[in-house]
Design a protein. Structure first.
Length: 69
């Protein structure tokens, strides 16, 4: 299994984690910038993290069910 297959899913997951951390910071400091609030950032971060995990699971399942010679 090549590690290059996991670069994009890991980047997606890290972007989601970044949004979650920034959302937590907004929540602790009670910040709001226009329509951007802590809840919105936390929701976006969680959704992006789930997408990243789903892509990683898809890559792993594709490798598992791949027919090798």
């Amino acid at each position: 299994m090549k590690l290059k297959q996991f670069i994009i899913p890991i980047i997606i997951f890290l972007v989601g984690t970044t949004f979650s951390i920034i959302g937590g910071l907004f929540s602790i400091l009670h910040w709001e910038i226009g329509p951007i609030s802590a809840g919105l950032l936390l929701a976006i971060g969680s959704i992006v993290e789930v997408i990243g995990i789903a892509v990683i699971i898809g890559v792993l399942l594709r490798h598992y069910f791949k027919k090798d010679n």
